[in-house]
Design a protein around this ligand. Structure first.
Ligand code: F6P
Length: 360
């Protein structure tokens, strides 16, 4: 079995509250196991350029548990297998250079903390023989194989607080407020924040909406005397027979950027209801700030488990939350899949039972 003495750690993709908590746990657990840790900056870019690496000791991670962002930096633009370099073809494969740097730095293993895109890259490196343990990260909660990801709880808490604030102004002005939240092609944030914030209508990518049904739900509320309504819309929501609303289409090295559906729904509702409607896009505020206690604990458990796995020589795995345990699952099982909200999810059924409309 490979004896692990020196490891690299990197954070990739969009940031999420709790990344620093994972780094801290990895550094402290590794140090106590006699393993040296090298931090790689800006995702896999740190393996393209050794000057973007630094040794991490427990003193370097003291005080970062509660900090959002990542002390290592991150990017969702730097896939070494398709590195965006401009020019006619757009991309170059730098993966061999990363593998060379990995051996020149005498790293024995790599902890890769990231979302679906980053874990896909990790899996490709694992297939090329690099010993890797993956740690799932995303506010979207859409990584297959783990019941939860750190960052999600923080994003939901922020969005629920925002919805609370919108309630008072909506009520004061008798308006419809439409709140657009993140989540890409999964409705986890919209559903959880919507229920936590007492939304009247929640539109999620898993359920195509019909505007007539949304209007009917709001009219029904008005018939009971309610003079305002709160509509939560996931950025990936789409109407029956329609498509997602996109800010920027996909191109070489860049995934499509979703956004704008909140404005579309607000305009349509204002026209149909003849009632003042405003929309708010929570955007990257959902990714900022300090992680909640739940996310700090989950992130710490993930970091600790990652180090435990690599000391046992278990590679090509992602640590996953499978309550009450954190378990290793093959990266091969995770990549290329998206964990969307199941239509038989009890929270969906309960939300319907208490009168939330889903536009279907
Ligand atoms: O995956 C996390 C996420 O915040 C999504 O919810 C959102 O669509 C996307 O990242 C935004 O990414 P960017 O940082 O490129 O704006």
């Amino acid at each position: 079995m490979l004896s692990v003495r020196k490891i690299g750690v990197l954070t990739g993709g969009g940031d999420a509250p709790g990344l620093n908590a994972v780094i801290r746990a990895v550094v402290k657990a590794a140090f106590n196991a006699g393993i040296e840790v090298i931090g790689l900056e800006d995702s896999f870019d740190g393996l393209l350029d050794p000057s973007r690496t630094r040794q991490l000791q427990p003193s370097d991670v003291t005080g970062i548990l509660r900090l959002g962002g990542t002390i290592l930096g991150t990017t969702n633009r730097g896939n070494p297998f398709e590195y965006p370099v401009g020019g006619p073809d757009g991309n170059t494969d730098y993966s061999e250079r990363c593998i060379e740097t990995f051996s020149k730095m005498k790293l024995d293993a790599l902890v890769v903390i990231g979302g679906d895109g980053t874990l896909q890259i990790a899996h490709q490196f694992h297939l090329k023989g690099m010993p890797i343990v993956g740690v799932p990260k995303t506010i979207d909660n859409d990584i297959w194989g783990t019941t939860s990801c750190f960052g999600f709880d923080t994003a939901v808490a922020f969005a629920a607080d925002a919805i609370d604030r919108l309630h008072t102004t909506a009520e004061a002005h008798r308006r419809i407020m439409v709140v657009e939240v993140m989540g890409r092609y999964a409705g986890w944030i919209a559903l959880h924040a919507g229920v936590a914030g007492g939304a009247d209508v929640i539109l999620i990518p898993e359920i195509a909406y019909d505007l007539d049904r949304v209007v009917a739900r709001i009219r029904e509320r008005e018939s009971f005397g309610a003079r305002f309504s709160i509509v939560v819309v996931a950025e990936g929501a789409k109407p029956h027979g329609g498509d997602v609303t996109v800010i920027e289409s996909a191109r070489a090295g860049h995934v499509e950027r979703l956004g704008g559906i909140g404005a579309v729904v607000a305009k349509a509702l204002q026209d149909r209801m003849v009632k003042e409607t405003r929309h708010v896009v929570l955007g990257h505020l959902q990714r900022g700030g300090a992680p909640t206690a739940f996310d700090r604990v989950l992130a710490t458990r993930f970091g600790g488990k990652a180090v435990e796995l690599l000391t046992r020589g278990v590679f090509g795995r992602m640590v996953a939350n499978n309550p009450p345990d954190i378990v290793p699952i093959p990266l091969a099982d995770v990549v290329g899949k998206t964990k969307t909200v199941p239509l038989d999810y009890d929270l969906l059924r309960t939300a319907r039972a208490i009168g939330v409309g889903f536009g279907d």
